[in-house]
Design a binder for this molecule. Structure first.
Ligand code: RB5
Length: 148
């Protein structure tokens, strides 16, 4: 399991922001695993989310970042995989809380919703914040069991 690797994937709408985030991951001394897309040619966000889910399932990375236009489609797709807890975040507070409360292992961002500065701040909060456990553990355990 590669704990220093952060997997990234995006559709065409998230391509440019994903590249900025990958560079920021590297600047932090972590290893970005860029799963694409690799141009602004149109691709389908469920396919990109599936690539990232596979990377976390097989241990190539322990954390991930997904980007599409709104972040909505790609986060819905990612959360269909039982081992993924993907938080769609719009600011530092949601990025911090999805780690503290949800133990999110994937951050989703909307490139048409948040600016680059906010996205980079969200990445920092996501990577810097620990899961609180405690009262949240019962709820996160229920997610792993598929619901309530
Ligand atoms: C692509 O045009 C767009 O629909 C996609 O990036 C995303 O916003 C879907 O949720």
């Amino acid at each position: 399991m590669n704990v220093n690797t952060v997997a990234l994937a995006a559709d065409h709408a998230g391509f440019e922001l994903k590249n900025r985030l990958a560079a920021a991951v590297r600047e932090r001394g972590l290893e970005p695993l860029d799963l694409g897309c690799h141009s602004t040619d149109s691709v389908d966000y469920p396919d990109m989310a599936a690539l990232l889910a596979e990377a976390l399932a097989d241990g190539r990375a322990t954390r991930g970042v997904l980007v599409c236009g709104t972040g909505i489609g790609i986060s819905i797709a990612a959360n269909r995989a039982p081992h993924i807890r993907c938080g769609l975040c719009h600011d530092v507070t949601t990025a911090r809380l999805t780690r503290e409360h949800n133990d999110a292992n994937v951050l989703a961002l909307g490139a048409r919703i948040v600016g680059v500065g906010v996205a980079l701040d969200c990445l920092d909060a996501f990577l810097d914040t620990a899961y609180e456990g405690g009262r949240h553990a019962r709820r996160v355990d229920k997610l792993a069991r598929g619901g309530g």
